[in-house]
Design a protein around this ligand. Structure first.
Ligand SMILES: *[C@@H]1O[C@H](CO)[C@@H](O)[C@H](O)[C@H]1NC(C)=O
Ligand SMILES: *[C@@H]1O[C@H](CO)[C@@H](O)[C@H](O)[C@H]1NC(C)=O
Length: 130
């Protein structure tokens, strides 16, 4: 009798584990990766060091479920993202804009802004000058 109960419990556990595994792809399907395009700055934008600007991005097409709602903004140059110095982080990706201060970086004309939420999208290249 005790053995029967143990087997029953084991079978139930096994079935619920199967259900869990089978349910995983379904819940992944309903989640879309949100890659909002950066609108500003764009190609041709000129920023001065220590000035304040609103980085803006398009939030007109958010998926029903967003895996990571918190956004972060970084500078990118030479194909490298400066992850050590975020311009902004921890904001709601659905805001569509966030004010940042232009960091004291080397003046160059090939900076890009990278916006991370679920995934990253970057702006056109723009200039930061003194
Ligand atoms: C950024 O967004 C634009 C517009 O949706 C898209 O065309 C481009 O491929 C995206 N870039 C990256 C790196 O995801
Ligand atoms: C950024 O946008 C907000 C809201 O529109 C505005 O109040 C603020 O002055 C803007 N900041 C800059 C630096 O333009």
């Amino acid at each position: 009798m005790q053995l029967m109960n143990a087997m029953k419990a084991f079978t139930l556990l096994f079935i619920s584990m199967l259900t869990l595994v089978a349910g995983t792809p379904l819940s992944l399907d309903t989640r879309d990766v949100f890659v909002p395009p950066v609108l500003y700055p764009h190609t041709g934008t000129v920023w001065k060091i220590l000035a304040r600007h609103n980085v803006t991005w398009d939030v007109s097409n958010p998926p029903a479920q967003i895996t990571n709602r918190f956004g972060a903004i970084y500078l990118r140059k030479d194909g490298l993202i400066d992850l050590d110095h975020p311009l902004a982080e921890g904001f709601d990706i659905l805001l569509g804009r966030i004010e940042v201060e232009v960091p004291k970086v080397k003046p160059r004309n090939d900076y890009q802004i990278v916006l991370f939420g679920d995934s990253g999208n970057w702006s056109g290249t723009f200039t930061i000058k003194k």
